[in-house]
Design a binder for this molecule. Structure first.
Ligand code: XMP
Length: 504
């Protein structure tokens, strides 16, 4: 055993975002040269290094779609049943990105009532009609319903109102240019794609084509579908959750716990990366706050490591348990283990302003995960609440009483805080709080400010790319007097800026 005198319980000083600033560097860049492409995992890159947090007041399918369109990615929270979470993955994967490789279909014998339900369920307005062998036999859209009175929907079959074959179709593997020509020539809304045997191989809609042009940075998989992540745990039916999400088409699984340096979780990551049925999917391990914690995931084969113990806006882990690592130091330490192994680092939690994205990257991160900065946007789950004439949305910690107790609905994610076996609400020890944040409008405007801020960071530092920012960036440590100087001071702010609402 170590002699008592050799043990220094104080260790090193931990620093966080407010303790540092980046030094300006020589720059010969024009803003157009700057490229924010970053590695999310060993195999996935994003044009924009932003990830939305796996929190039930932040990321469900709407947020995940919006994040992927902006060039980032969303991680679907796991405080819901396996089926519901897989359904959310499915919604993202089916969202318009040009060519829908696996469109929702309907059979000819379904009733119009079935069709209406299915249209609502998948939020689509039309379906290719297929036979039992998946051969295309027609197409039907909401418009076709209009000519049948609602009273007859229960008895009218799809085959009676659909537009039957022959239809104008395209071959599987059609190029964007060829598809555009066909859509234009025949004034089509939808172009089904079929293989040599007449089996449905995809669907193109005009609306999607326009959208995919509107989002040039969108994060897409090899088939042109939006990318999406989903959180998993390690307890109970966690393996089933992971494999169901994989079947639904998830691109990246995120081992989501408050303390990742735990044997069962590390083994879960190891198993996912070893099993032939699951190892093709990217797996992120987390959360850690030390070099040693990061090393455990690197050794387990994780494709990225997520860092953050207690920095989050709604977190109380550090006060409840006394455990945590100031975020800049935590990211720096984790990167010492990850960088040599080529494993990307995600800085999760604690960001308050756009300038901290660059700080996280210089500390050693490749991407950042955001909760509170995205909370309150239009795409988050939940309604807006009106208080004294101002709009708000709820935002709560996944370790809050509300998220862990049976209040409202069943909690599926108590194992994030290692309390899966606590069945009595009174015995829960929360590590987060419930809060409210101002309504912020659409994600696109928030993302624009974040990415714009990062562009400016890179210009000031003189870094054209994220790897250059990581290599060139230098910190200066600051005092609390300097922090005061950094923020607006000695004036009364009269108008909030779109990227600054005051000091938090
Ligand atoms: P921000 O600061 O971006 O942080 O809102 C988001 C991250 O906070 C973590 N998280 C929690 N941590 N108690 C905690 O200690 C909680 O209740 C809690 N809920 C979320 C999580 O890592 C998230 O991405």
């Amino acid at each position: 055993a170590e002699p008592a005198e050799a043990h220094d319980p104080f260790g090193r000083l931990g620093l966080t975002y407010d303790d540092v600033l980046l030094l300006p560097g020589y720059s010969d860049l024009s803003p157009a040269d700057i490229d924010t492409t970053a590695r999310l995992t060993r195999e996935l890159t994003l044009r924009v290094p932003l990830v939305s947090a796996a929190m039930d007041t932040v990321t469900e399918s709407r947020m995940a779609i919006a994040m992927a369109r902006q060039g980032g990615i969303g991680v679907l929270h796991r405080n819901l049943s396996i089926e519901d979470q897989a359904y959310q993955v499915d919604l993202v994967k089916r969202t318009q990105t040009g060519i829908i490789s696996n469109p929702v279909t309907i059979g000819a014998d379904a009733t119009l009532e079935d069709l209406d339900t299915r249209a609502g369920q998948y939020r689509v307005s039309g379906f290719p009609v297929v036979d039992a062998d998946d051969r295309l036999i027609g197409i039907i859209t909401n418009r076709d319903l209009r000519f049948t009175p609602a009273a007859e929907w229960a008895t009218t079959r799809v085959r009676d109102v659909m537009t039957p074959m022959p239809l104008i179709t395209g071959p599987a593997g059609i190029s964007r240019e060829e598809a555009t020509l066909l859509l234009r020539k025949h004034k089509l809304e939808r172009l089904p794609l079929v293989d040599a045997d007449g089996r449905l191989a995809g669907l193109i809609t005009v609306k999607d084509f326009v959208k995919s042009e509107q989002f040039p940075n969108a994060s897409k998989d090899g088939q042109g579908r939006l990318m999406v992540g989903a959180a998993i745990g390690y307890f109970g039916d966690a393996w089933q959750r992971a494999t169901t999400l994989i079947d639904a088409g998830v691109d990246v699984l995120v081992a989501d716990t408050a303390h990742g340096n735990v044997r069962m979780l590390i083994e879960m990551v190891e198993r996912l990366k070893r099993d032939p049925a699951t190892r093709h999917v990217q797996v992120i391990g987390g959360n850690v706050g030390t070099r040693e914690g990061a090393q455990s995931f690197v050794d387990a084969g994780a494709d990225a490591v997520k860092v953050g113990v207690g920095p989050g806006a709604i977190c109380t882990t550090r006060v409840v348990t006394g455990v945590g690592v100031p975020q800049v130091t935590a990211v720096y330490e984790a990167a010492l283990a990850c960088r040599p192994a080529g494993v990307p680092v995600i800085a999760d939690g604690g960001l308050k302003y756009s300038g901290e994205v660059g700080k996280a990257i210089v500390a050693g991160a490749d991407t950042v995960m955001l909760g509170s900065m995205l909370a309150g946007t239009e795409e988050t789950p939940g309604e807006t609440i009106l208080v004294n004439g101002k709009q708000y949305k709820d935002f709560r910690g996944m370790g809050s009483m509300a998220a862990m107790s049976s209040r409202g609905k069943k909690s599926y994610s108590k194992d994030r805080y290692f309390q899966a076996e606590v069945t009595d609400d009174d015995l829960i020890v929360p590590e987060g709080i419930e809060a409210r944040v101002p309504y912020k409008g659409p994600l696109s405007t928030v993302a624009h400010q974040l990415v714009g801020g990062l562009h400016q960071t890179m210009f000031y530092v003189g870094a054209r790319t994220i790897p250059e920012l990581q290599a060139k960036g230098r910190f200066v440590r600051i005092t609390s007097a300097s922090l005061q100087e950094s923020h607006p001071h000695d004036v009364q702010m009269t108008v909030e800026a779109p990227n600054y609402a005051g000091r938090r």
